[in-house]
Write a protein of this length. Structure first.
Length: 405
């Protein structure tokens, strides 16, 4: 009896400094954090990051969905402590666990990034940067910059945004910190932009049990249209789950601390719709012999998150004349003009490589169990997860395994 299944889990980042004459580095921080010893993460923090993944994920879209809710969360956190009043309350309601205060939350954010940046043999690198328009840098409160250094390790710089080199500097930083997976993040800089807050995440891991390239064969993937793709094939023991709604499999990476969960619904829907459902799935999986057919993947996604974040309650921050960024600067009526998220995913016989970037564009308002066979041959959900903390690093719904943004 043949059965079909798909689900995906995994994790991932890095930072580097720009050194051309057009950039004025204002900090010695490199953009990433590390810890000498792993810290214990608050369960509420992990829950909030994972919940964000499902709040943003559009299950009705006929396009690929692939993102890092972790990257989005960290970028929003970098912006949040520049706000006050109701604007801050809206950020806090979405981001901060109910059981900890802001100081405790900052400590947890530092621990989260430091923990992830020390994992091995899997590469997971998080990096943050803050870019200011040259004529605005003296208007920014030193305490805001200091918090971004202390709790996010952010590289801080000022530039003349009107120069062509400014785009090259910012895009180059992202490219370096995503190992060249994301090459052109920004197309232009609006004249009213005074600051960019940027988070990147990079992930690379080899399968614990790699696929034999000689066994990779062409087959049909039934997405928006039927297309011929390359299927990797392997029969091995995996953690596996199946019920009337879905099949799911966990493919571990070397070290067994991260893995890819592939979830294949038995109808056209995505069966995993909450972080609690994902946690139960992980707990319910059991070891089984599975014959797996998994397509190779090379895809890129791009999304402007404004409307989704506003729908989650962050309305003030996006509204000029209403947003309160007085903890960032007293000078200027500031608001968030855009939250851009781009991601890349590659899956092959050796393992997985993934990256994402989140850019927050801040502007001045005044200027606007048995033997199974699994064939992943139709749209499926994926989750890239830190298994120790059950923390979602990336997630998505794959409709086309080769689509570009």
């Amino acid at each position: 009896m043949k059965k079909q299944i798909l689900s995906f889990m995994c994790s991932a980042m890095l930072l580097s400094a720009c050194t051309t004459s057009s950039i004025h580095k204002l900090s010695n921080t490199t953009g990433s954090l590390s810890l000498k010893e792993a810290a214990i993460l608050d369960a509420g923090l992990v829950q909030n990051i994972n919940d964000l993944a499902f709040l943003i994920q559009d299950e009705s879209s006929d396009k690929n969905v692939f993102m890092s809710s972790l990257s989005i969360y960290v970028a929003l956190a970098m912006a949040s402590h520049g706000t006050a009043g109701n604007t801050y309350k809206q950020f806090a309601d979405l981001l901060i666990p109910a059981n900890i205060d802001q100081a405790g939350w900052f400590d947890q954010l530092r621990a989260l990034q430091g923990n992830l940046n020390v994992q091995d043999p899997v590469i997971i690198k998080l990096a943050n940067s803050l870019w200011m328009r040259e004529d605005f840098k003296d208007k920014v409160k030193p305490a805001f910059l200091q918090r971004n250094q202390d709790y996010f390790g952010a590289m801080i710089a000022a530039m003349d945004f009107a120069k062509d080199s400014a785009l090259d500097e910012i895009n180059g930083w992202v490219e370096k910190n995503t190992n060249n997976l994301i090459k052109k993040t920004l197309d232009k800089i609006d004249p009213s932009t005074v600051m960019f807050l940027i988070n990147t995440i990079y992930f690379k891991a080899d399968w614990l049990n790699q696929f034999d390239k000689a066994e990779t064969k062409d087959g049909i993937f039934h997405g928006k249209t039927d297309v011929t793709v390359s299927y990797m094939n392997q029969t091995s023991s995996f953690n596996y789950y199946e019920d009337d709604a879905m099949q799911a499999i966990l493919l571990p990476y070397k070290g067994n601390k991260t893995g890819m969960v592939v979830v294949l619904g038995k109808d056209e829907t995505a069966p995993i719709t909450t972080s609690d459902m994902l946690n139960r799935l992980l707990d319910d999986m059991q070891s089984a012999s599975v014959t797996l057919k998994l397509p190779k993947v090379d895809l890129a996604t791009k999304e402007i998150l404004n409307d989704k974040l506003i729908a989650m309650g962050l309305s003030d921050a996006f509204t000029g004349g209403v947003a309160d960024f007085s903890e960032l600067s007293e000078d200027g009526d500031l608001y968030i003009a855009e939250v851009l998220h781009k991601a890349r995913l590659m899956i092959d016989e050796k393992g997985t490589e993934a990256a994402a970037v989140t850019v927050i564009d801040i502007r001045e308002t005044s200027i606007e169990i048995g033997d199974y066979e699994m064939t992943v041959d139709r749209p499926y959900q994926i989750f890239i997860v830190d298994l120790e903390n059950k923390l979602i690093l990336f997630n998505g719904i794959i409709q086309d395994v080769s689509a570009k943004e």
